[in-house]
Design a protein around this ligand. Structure first.
Ligand code: GAP
Length: 481
């Protein structure tokens, strides 16, 4: 029953995404291509806002993180060094009867409604033995399709950061502890892409590699390695922080950021990986999860990766990745904490979290159901709708266009003069536009005391207040930034 309800909700969300232009199937007119999605006009704005917010949070609001924008195809030895060529695979099985292909660890031989995230084989035919399937997309660089020219589409953005560690260090005047961040496309040939955009074959990541001192160096500098204590101040870095406290710092920072863009703490969950779940090089990893309608699933992983990656690239490239720490008078390969988030998963979480149906009165006061996307103003695709009360009154239209032009250089504005004002509000509610500005006869001075004021409508409460045009821009800017 619960599963049917969440499936129905997901269907309504997917349908709204198509109808309003958040997400389209890639190559739709050719029947689509499994695991690939396009963002329509509203989705493209939403995604851009998410990335801008993340980038600003990392590079402008912190002093200790520098940005990078690296290529998707890199030297193939990078993926040897990182372990992806040998181990980045999922166990795959085929059904001998219907020929469908499954990820063995996601195939459920005893389907149960309490496990909605598992796959089932409809025909329940005999399966082959599981075999490893490497998830990297292969291609060739140059005109000759030989083994020597094989290259890979990056399966994560992280490795470019490790291989550019020294260059960034040299030019950015950063000192360990510091981070390098990157946003960009990643590609994985997933065996079973599913749950709308959640598991795609082409997606974007937002990753930070935050380089820290090894614990013994922190101990030398700070006299001890600070233990993690519940309630401790995690916002002000200290010299005695070892990897454990730095890891906690990043978990706290990331949760703060999710809250700042409208994902409330009570929709998130955490999975602290057990020792046996950890990658061989990881000391700890926590997954930040979101309660999607199809189950509570990972948005971001925050891993303490030790010095594995830099040491591997040092070994495979023959170039030193050592850092001389002047303050500690020590030379070492830095360790790393890696907060790694998926843009598409986060956009999907924001869409699911924003989707609401409620009852509001229509133009005649009769209650009707409306769909409203309650996006936080910081990520909302359109920040404000501007409406002349009537389309056939040139003085209203002219004033409304003046207000539109006043706001336009500062935020995304949607000007709409067609249809009843109530219908125009509903259209913007569905797009998730947090504010609506209406220019009416009072704006023109019908009531002299209200001249040059407009009504400002709040999407969530439908409440309207009168605001002087001169106060509009600062008031909106404060809310959307
Ligand atoms: N550098 C570490 C790394 O890539 P990951 O847990 O494999 O770690 C990080 O990926 C994040 O990338 C995930 O938490 C998820 O948000 C996103 N992600 C991974 N695979 C994805 C896929 N197939 N589709 C969409 N997002 C994906």
């Amino acid at each position: 029953m619960a599963e049917a309800k969440s499936n129905e909700l997901m269907e309504r969300i997917v349908s709204l995404c198509k109808r309003r232009g958040f997400v389209f199937q890639s190559s739709e007119i050719y029947g689509g291509i499994n695991g690939f999605w396009d963002y329509g006009p509203l989705g493209a704005e939403l995604k851009r806002n998410v990335k801008d917010q993340w980038w600003r949070y990392m590079t402008q609001r912190r002093e200790d993180v520098a940005g990078l924008d690296a290529t998707i195809i890199m030297h193939p030895t990078i993926w040897k060094a990182s372990g992806h060529v040998d181990t980045f695979s999922d166990p795959m099985v085929d059904c001998k009867k219907c020929k469908s292909r499954f990820r063995a660890d996601q195939l459920d031989s005893t389907p149960c409604p309490m496990k909605p995230s598992k796959m089932v084989c409809e025909c329940d035919g005999e399966k082959t033995e599981a075999r490893a399937f490497n998830l990297m997309f292969k291609t060739y660089v140059g005109p000759v399709e030989s083994e020597d020219n094989v290259a890979y589409l990056r399966p994560e953005t992280a490795q470019a950061i490790f291989v550019q560690f020294k260059n960034v260090l040299d030019v950015s005047r950063q000192k360990v502890p510091f981070g390098i961040c990157q946003i960009g496309k990643a590609f994985r040939n997933e065996i079973n892409p599913r749950n709308f955009t959640f598991r795609s074959r082409e997606f974007e990541q937002m990753e930070v590699e935050f380089f820290i001192r090894p614990d013994e160096v922190a101990e030398k500098l700070g006299g001890k390695v600070a233990p993690f204590v519940e309630g401790m101040d995690l916002s002000t870095p200290q010299n005695d922080w070892g990897w454990e406290v730095w890891h906690r710092h990043w978990v706290a920072e990331r949760v703060k950021w999710y809250e700042s863009i409208g994902l409330s703490r009570n929709t998130l969950d955490f999975h602290w990986q057990k020792k046996e779940e950890l990658a061989h090089y990881a000391k700890a990893c926590v997954d930040i999860l979101y309660q999607f309608p199809f189950g509570t699933q990972e948005l971001e992983g925050i891993a303490a990766r030790g010095d594995f990656d830099l040491s591997q690239h040092q070994k495979f490239s023959g170039k030193s990745m050592e850092y001389f720490d002047e303050e500690a008078k020590a030379k070492y390969v830095p360790h790393v904490i890696e907060p790694s988030a998926g843009v598409d998963r986060l956009v999907l979480a924001l869409i699911c979290s924003a989707y609401t149906e409620d009852q509001v009165p229509d133009d005649k006061g009769k209650m009707e159901t409306r769909i409203v996307m309650r996006f936080h103003p910081r990520v909302a695709p359109i920040k404000v709708g501007v409406f002349p009360l009537l389309k056939n009154r040139p003085e209203l239209v002219q004033k409304a266009k003046e207000v539109r032009d006043l706001l336009r250089p500062h935020m995304s504005v949607f000007y709409d003069e067609s249809g009843a004002i109530g219908r125009r509000y509903r259209r913007q509610d569905e797009a998730g536009t947090p504010f609506g500005v209406t220019i009416d006869f009072d704006t023109l001075g019908e009531k002299p005391e209200a001249k040059d004021t407009v009504t400002l409508r709040d999407r969530d409460t439908c409440q309207q207040t009168r605001v002087h045009i001169s106060e509009l821009l600062p008031l909106l800017l404060e809310k959307v930034r």
